[in-house]
Design a protein around this ligand. Structure first.
Ligand code: FAD
Length: 434
């Protein structure tokens, strides 16, 4: 922010769901917002999402929906919800001692509340589309954060290819946006008032923040890998299994889940210990089918053909799961990390993205409480010190909550893969309900 100027220059690093929402909150408060994203524009059909094969279906809950509702973007939540499928309950698939297959629906909420299945990429595209409509936002794709000096409030980015700029003076619609071809991998330096790091679990912002703040940091790779599978629609284009459930095949030390998609398919995930994964992958086709038949009854060949199962296990990546806790989330008035950058969690509580979206709402509530956007703030120095106090408060309020969600996520793995089948669990549920 230039001396005397009331407008803050905010850099958002990472245009995933959390970074895109943070940029919307800042832009709707009048900040000059620049979003720097490592990858090409997700809306470009040739862009393959980082780490994911094609798409990933997530459970969107009230925590995330409410945070998007507060973004001040009219119609945004309604547009996003139109592209979701309600999941009222989880469906447990298993085999009784005698060998019979059973399916048991377990409601999520006694009052009928539910979670929504959403395609992460579609949600992200909606947020980017809303951002592009705002005149005070510039999107810089193919820009990788490579360095930062949080005392001098300067960041360095490596330009990987093209930048895409929404230039509203000349191009009133997103489709008219300018595209400039740039030379490969040149480095630029950019100054800022506030840098918001939403660059995911392997955050470069967090790495640079560690050189400035006395950051406590803890990371854990759990001994489980995940691999995506796909259940196609039936030949009459209907869902192969009930679409209003999150389907779980608990298997003790492993599990298989399926989440519905709008095209009537299901995106499925196999979670299993790394050693198990290796042995299953190496087994000949028959053994893999036997493994599925024994542990995930009704999946193969009923929902996924034997050859597809083999192909998908071979071709789709086997990815690790990381759990990260750190503190503080900020340094002075200049930087704050949000979402997976601050608290990546294992996916078993379905709250990683939801908690990241909630970070944005909590952060901006606190910035508002500290009157950062109040026109009565006399000068640049006063605004900086108010922002520093706000970021201090953000860390103190948010870090314990985020750590608790991380722990619950780890604990829910046990519940999903095993406890849901146990007689003790059923008795506890019965006692709660009666
Ligand atoms: P990301 O989505 O990782 O986005 C970070 C962005 O930063 C990326 O676009 C990346 O390209 C960019 N970036 C990285 N480095 C740089 C750099 N140096 N410079 C510039 N840009 C950079 N969550 C839920 O709420 N519900 C679920 O049901 C759920 N299920 C899940 C299932 C699985 C199998 C997994 C793996 C995760 C699941 N999650 C779920 C978690 C969810 O995917 C993440 O919490 C969420 O994507 C985090 O969003 P983010 O914006 O913080 O980070």
């Amino acid at each position: 922010m230039a001396e005397g100027s009331k407008t803050q220059k905010v850099l958002v690093v990472g245009a995933g769901p959390v970074g895109a929402l943070a940029a919307l909150y800042a832009a709707n408060r009048g900040d000059d917002v620049h979003v720097y994203e490592l990858r090409a524009d997700l809306r470009d059909p040739s862009t393959t999402p980082l780490n994911f094969t094609k798409s990933i279906n997530l459970a969107l809950s009230e925590r995330g929906i409410n945070s998007m509702r507060h973004s001040q973007c009219e119609g945004l939540v309604e547009e996003i919800l139109k592209e979701t499928i309600p999941m009222h309950a989880r469906m447990i698939h298993g085999r009784r001692k005698g060998g019979d297959i059973y399916h048991e629906s377990q409601e999520y909420d006694a009052n009928g509340r539910y979670i929504q299945a959403v395609d992460r990429a579609s949600l992200n595209k909606r947020l980017l589309g809303a951002l592009e409509k705002l005149p005070n936002v510039t999107l810089h794709f193919n820009h990788k954060l490579t360095g930062a000096d949080f005392n001098k409030k300067t960041a360095w980015f490596e330009q990987q290819g093209r930048i895409k700029k929404a230039d509203h003076a000349q191009n009133p619609t997103p489709s008219d946006a300018l595209e400039h071809d740039q030379k490969r991998a040149t480095e630029i330096s950019v100054t800022f008032d506030l840098l918001i790091g939403a660059d995911g679990a392997h955050s470069a912002t967090r790495y640079h923040l560690m050189k400035f703040a006395r950051l406590d940091y803890q990371q854990e790779y759990i001994d489980t890998l995940w691999c995506e599978f796909h259940i196609s629609p039936r030949s009459d284009s209907s869902f192969a299994i009930d679409p209003n459930h999150l389907h779980i095949w608990p298997g003790g030390s492993f599990m298989f889940i399926a989440i519905p998609s709008l095209d009537k398919s299901f995106t499925c995930t196999l979670f299993a210990p790394a050693s198990h994964f290796n042995s299953v992958s190496e087994k000949p086709e028959q053994k893999l089918v036997k493994f599925f038949h024994k542990n995930f009854p009704g999946v193969c060949p009923e929902l996924i053909s034997t050859s597809d199962l083999q192909k998908q296990l071979r071709e789709n990546p086997h990815l690790p799961l990381i759990s990260i806790k750190c503190k503080p989330y900020h340094y002075k008035s200049s930087v704050v990390i949000l979402g997976d950058a601050a608290h990546a969690m294992v996916p078993f509580y379905g709250q990683g993205m939801n908690a990241g979206l909630e970070d944005v709402r909590v952060l901006f509530d606190i910035l508002d409480e500290h009157k950062i956007y109040d026109s009565a703030v006399p000068d640049h120095a006063a605004r900086n010190s108010a922002r520093e106090a706000a970021l201090d408060e953000y860390t103190s309020r948010r870090a314990p909550d985020a750590a608790a969600i991380n722990d619950l996520a780890l604990r829910n793995y046990e519940e999903m893969r095993s406890s849901v089948q146990s007689p003790l669990y059923k008795m506890r549920k019965w006692m709660e309900e009666t």
